[in-house]
Design a binder for this molecule. Structure first.
Ligand code: ATP
Length: 312
């Protein structure tokens, strides 16, 4: 009798920006406690998982050349973690993962984490595991602090290392312009630079996240624009001084405000409307301050099977 091969599953997964990112002191384990407000954006990666005799990872699209295709790929680590968790280690050797990337690599938009989250959702469908999103989130948290958020999407307050999430009411679609830099920035190096800046001086710190949560509930982009803030911005700008020009250019082009996303170097500009975002994007693209410009909106849902209803 012929074995039935399940059809491949494709999952679309959002990028994230941090509307607010407060970084605490370095802990003994080297990590920093964070308080952050994430928003999931419509700039997405697509991840296909398929049963195969030719296991491995394939990467196409944005930044593909700088993404590893060996076991260090976060998507592959997700395959391994779920196979272990479900006690089916033999199945790890029977999966092919194809990544179609639009999220910039090492861009501060959690692209690798997004791919890991998408792989968990895809495998849960491929292997018919019937796991809830909360169950997947436990595996996700073991893979990296941004992975759980990519599963849930929306807008959320993250604490701990960013993996403890509470949804935040966001009453509006917010329109963003994203400026990708020429090269990525290493997240550990940005944290190390922040530690150095704090040893030598007093770089700016964001205040409480409460006003940000209120602005999201009000749905007023002008109110939110006044409150965007990121403790890592000073460190990212210190390592990549050209970001100062990029941030200025976005505001000069008509954005309400700009911020470095996460550890950078991607800059996110909040705009008044979808039309304004298109205008800002066109002007920024001509300003010669970044490699690529994209428009996106948020919040959007977390990792979802394309063309299917995988809601738990
Ligand atoms: P974060 O904001 O979560 O710190 P990031 O968006 O700055 O992350 P990623 O795109 O997730 O950065 O990639 C960081 C590094 O991880 C890359 O330089 C790459 O070598 C490695 N990596 C492993 N797997 C992936 C993947 N699936 N996609 C992108 N990068 C990956």
């Amino acid at each position: 009798m012929l074995a039935v091969v399940p059809p491949p599953v494709t999952v679309r997964v959002p990028s994230k920006i941090n509307l607010h990112l407060s970084v605490g002191a370095a802990r003994e384990d080297g990590y920093h406690d964070l308080t952050t407000v994430f928003q999931a954006l419509s700039l997405t990666d697509e991840v296909t998982v398929a049963a195969t005799e030719d296991p491995g990872v394939e990467v196409h699209g944005e930044g593909a050349k700088s993404v590893p295709t060996d076991e260090s790929n976060l998507a592959w680590r997700a395959v391994r973690a779920l196979a272990e968790r479900m006690d089916r280690p033999e199945d790890e050797a029977k999966v092919r993962v194809v990544l179609r990337k639009s999220i910039p690599v090492a861009g501060g938009m959690a692209g690798g984490s997004a791919d890991a989250a998408a792989t968990l959702v895809g495998l849960s469908a491929l292997w018919k595991l019937d796991l809830s999103r909360d169950e997947l989130a436990e595996v996700a948290a073991s893979l990296g602090s941004d992975v759980p958020f990519a599963l849930y999407g929306g807008t959320a307050l993250g604490t701990g290392r960013g993996e403890r999430l509470v949804p935040v009411l966001s009453r509006h679609v917010f329109h963003w312009v994203l400026a990708f830099d020429q090269r990525g920035l290493s997240t550990p190096k940005v944290y190390a630079e922040l530690d150095r800046l704090r040893q030598d001086g007093d770089p700016p710190r964001v205040g409480s996240h409460d006003p940000v949560v209120e602005a999201l509930a009000s749905g007023d982009p002008r109110q939110l624009a006044l409150l965007l803030g990121n403790d890592l911005q000073a460190a990212a700008v210190s390592l990549r001084p050209g970001l100062r020009r990029t941030l200025r250019a976005g505001v000069n082009a008509g954005a309400l405000a700009g911020t470095v996303s996460g550890s950078g170097p991607t800059c996110a500009f909040l705009c008044e409307s979808a039309q304004s975002a298109l205008e800002v994007a066109a002007e920024l693209a001509g300003a010669g301050v970044c490699r690529t410009v994209r428009v996106a909106h948020g919040p959007v849902p977390g990792a979802r099977v394309v063309g299917g209803d995988d809601s738990p």
